[in-house]
Design a protein around this ligand. Structure first.
Ligand SMILES: NC(=O)c1ccc[n+]([C@@H]2O[C@H](COP(=O)([O-])OP(=O)(O)OC[C@H]3O[C@@H](n4cnc5c(N)ncnc54)[C@H](OP(=O)(O)O)[C@@H]3O)[C@@H](O)[C@H]2O)c1
Length: 489
C-alpha cells in the first residue's frame, strides 16, 4: 500500500489518447496488481470523444498486462480494476464540462476525505485551457476534506525559454509549484534511477569522477524509426526540443551533479539545477544537425523525412543533432559532454558512455600505439545494463592484452521484473516524492542552454545535413559522436 487509506481520485485528462491508454492506465493497473494504490481509488477518464464506460474499458483493456499477478487470477484482477474506471466526456476548456466531471468525482468521493491527481495526457496546446477551467470550477484546490490535489504534466514544456516561462506562469495561476509534477519519463527508468546509487553508494567511482580522470562523456539516443505518423508534432519541435533539451539533459545532470546532501527531492534538485546552470549556452559552432533522406534496401524503400505524411516538403527541421557541451565548474571544466540524438538511425540505443583517460606511462603501450582506455557504459535501452570496459591479459602463455568488459545486464543479474518508468513515477506522485520531477528553475536553466541556438535554427540559418535512413547519422557528426557503440550480443 502507499501507506495511505485516503481516497484517491485519479483523473486522466485526454483518456482517449495514446499516452493514456498505452502508458498511464497500464501503469496504474500494474500498481493496483502490486497493491500499491490506496484501498479506495477511482480512475476518471476524461476527453472529448463520446465513449461509454464500457467503450472506455474496452479501449484500455487492450494494453493491460498481468506481469505482477499469476495468470489464473489475471482476468479477475482486470475486472476489479476496470470496475473502478469510469469515463466522462467533455471539452477541455469548458468550465461547464469540467463541472460535470467535478460532479462525478464528488459523487464518488461521497463527501469524505480525498486526494486528487490530474494526469494531463493531452497535447501541450490544450494545457492552458484545461488548467484555467479546472481552476474556474475549483478542481485545483485543497478543500476542507481534501489532503492534496496534484497535476502531472508531460513535455513539451514550451518551445523555448520564453514560451516555457509563459506556460509556467499560466499554470502558476491555478496550481502552486508544489502541486505540479513535470514528468520526464527517462528519470523514471531503472538505470537512470540507479545512477545516484552507482555514483554515491560505491567507493570506487566518485574519487575518479572528474576532469582528472575522465576524458569525455557521451550521451546518445538513437532510434530506428522515423517520425511515423507524428510528423505534424515533430516538425514543429525537432529533435533538440523532443529529446535533447529534456531527456538527455536530465541524464547529463544526473551524471555530472555533485553529491546531494540527502536523498530528499529538494537536495537532489538543487544539485541538478547547479549543474544545468554551469552549462554554457550552445552555439551553432558546437552543433551538427541532420535530416534523414530516403533509403532503398532489400526492395524496401523508406521515405525521406520531408516525404513523410504531415511533414512540409521544404522542412528543414533536424531529425538528428550532435552537440558538444561545456560545463564551467571545478569538477568538469575541459571535459566535453557530447550528446547525440537521432531518428531513422541504424540502431535502437540509449546509453551513457564515460571515457576515462589513458593510463599515464602505460607499460603495455607498444609500437607507438596505446591500448583502449577504460569506459563505463550505462545502457538505458533497449536492455538495461552496465558495462565496464577494462584491459585484461588473455589467458595463455603469451602476454597478450585485450579490451574486455565486466558485464552487468539486468536481465541476467536480477530476477526482479523491471517496472515501467511510468509505474515508478506515478507511485512517486501519489507518495508526494518530487525527486524525479523537474522543478521550474531546472526547466528554466535547461531552456537557457538551448534557446539561443534554437532561435538561430528556427530562423533558417542552418540547413541540416542529409543522412541515409538506417545509417549512423550525418557524416560530419561522425567525429563528434562516433564511438557511442553497441556492446554485447
Ligand atoms: N504517446 C506517448 O507515448 C508520449 C510520450 C511522452 C510524452 N507524451 C506527451 O503526452 C501528451 C499526450 O500524448 P498522446 O500521444 O496521448 O497525445 P494524443 O493521443 O495525440 O492526444 C490525447 C488526446 O487529446 C485529444 N486531442 C488530441 N488532439 C487534439 C486537438 N487538436 N484538439 C483537441 N483535442 C485533441 C484527443 O482526445 P479527444 O479527441 O477524445 O478529446 C486525444 O485522444 C503530449 O503532450 C505528448 O507530447 C506522449
Amino acid at each position: 500500500m502507499t501507506g495511505s487509506d485516503d481516497r484517491l481520485s485519479i483523473v486522466v485528462v485526454g483518456a482517449s489518447g495514446d499516452l493514456a491508454s498505452k502508458k498511464v492506465i497500464p501503469a496504474l493497473f500494474a500498481l493496483y496488481c502490486r497493491s500499491l494504490l490506496p484501498e479506495s481509488f477511482q480512475v476518471f477518464g476524461y476527453a472529448r470523444s463520446k465513449l461509454t464506460d464500457d467503450e472506455f474499458r474496452k479501449k484500455i483493456t487492450e494494453h493491460l498486462t498481468c506481469r505482477y499477478v499469476p495468470n489464473e487470477s489475471c482476468d479477475e484482477k482486470m475486472a476489479e480494476f476496470l470496475a473502478r474506471c469510469v469515463y466522462v466526456a467533455g471539452d477541455y476548456d469548458s468550465a461547464e464540462s469540467l463541472r460535470s466531471l467535478s460532479g462525478s468525482i464528488e459523487k464518488w468521493e461521497g463527501g469524505g476525505r480525498s486526494n486528487r491527481m490530474f494526469y494531463m495526457a493531452i497535447p501541450a496546446f490544450l494545457l492552458e485551457g484545461v488548467t484555467k477551467s479546472l481552476g474556474q470550477v475549483g478542481l485545483n484546490g485543497s478543500g476542507v476534506d481534501m489532503q492534496w490535489t496534484r497535476a502531472v504534466i508531460e513535455k513539451p514544456f514550451g518551445k523555448d525559454r520564453e514560451s516555457s516561462d509563459m506556460l509556467a506562469a499560466q499554470m502558476a495561476e491555478v496550481f502552486d509549484e508544489d502541486q505540479i509534477y513535470r514528468i520526464d519519463h527517462y528519470l523514471g527508468k531503472e538505470v537512470i534511477q540507479n545512477l545516484m546509487v552507482l555514483r554515491f553508494a560505491n567507493l570506487v567511482f566518485e574519487p575518479i569522477w572528474n576532469r582528472e580522470y575522465i576524458k569525455k562523456v557521451q550521451i546518445c539516443w538513437s532510434e530506428k524509426l522515423g517520425v511515423e505518423g507524428r510528423g505534424g508534432y515533430f516538425d514543429s519541435y525537432g529533435i533538440i526540443r523532443d529529446v535533447m533539451q529534456n531527456h538527455l539533459l536530465q541524464m547529463l545532470a544526473m551524471v555530472a551533479m555533485e553529491p546531494p546532501i540527502t536523498q530528499d527531492a529538494k537536495d537532489i534538485r538543487d544539485e541538478k539545477m547547479k549543474v544545468l546552470r554551469t552549462i554554457e549556452p550552445v552555439t551553432l559552432d558546437d552543433i551538427v544537425l541532420g535530416q534523414y533522406r530516403a533509403t532503398e534496401r532489400e526492395g524496401f524503400r523508406h521515405p525521406s523525412y520531408v516525404d513523410e505524411e504531415t511533414v512540409p516538403g521544404d522542412s528543414i527541421t533536424p531529425t538528428y543533432a550532435a552537440v558538444s557541451l561545456r560545463l564551467q565548474n571545478r569538477r568538469w571544466e575541459g571535459v566535453p559532454f557530447v550528446m547525440s540524438a537521432g531518428k531513422g538511425l541504424g540502431m535502437h540505443l540509449t546509453q551513457i558512455r564515460i571515457q576515462f583517460n589513458n593510463v599515464p606511462g602505460n607499460i603495455f603501450c607498444r609500437d607507438g600505439g596505446c591500448l583502449e582506455p577504460n569506459h563505463l557504459v550505462i545502457r538505458v535501452q533497449p536492455d538495461e545494463a552496465i558495462f565496464l570496459e577494462i584491459m585484461n591479459k588473455m589467458p595463455g602463455l603469451e602476454m597478450k592484452v585485450k579490451n574486455t568488459h565486466l558485464d552487468l545486464r539486468y536481465a541476467s543479474v536480477f530476477d526482479e521484473d523491471i517496472p515501467d518508468a511510468y509505474e515508478s513515477l506515478l507511485l512517486d506522485v501519489i507518495g508526494g516524492n518530487k525527486g524525479l520531477f523537474i522543478r521550474s528553475d531546472e526547466l528554466e536553466s535547461a531552456w537557457d542552454v538551448f534557446t539561443p541556438v534554437l532561435h538561430e535554427i528556427d530562423s533558417g540559418k542552418v540547413r541540416p545535413e542529409p543522412y541515409e535512413f538506417g545509417s549512423m547519422g550525418p557524416q560530419r557528426a561522425q567525429d563528434l559522436a562516433k564511438s557511442c557503440g553497441w556492446i554485447g550480443e
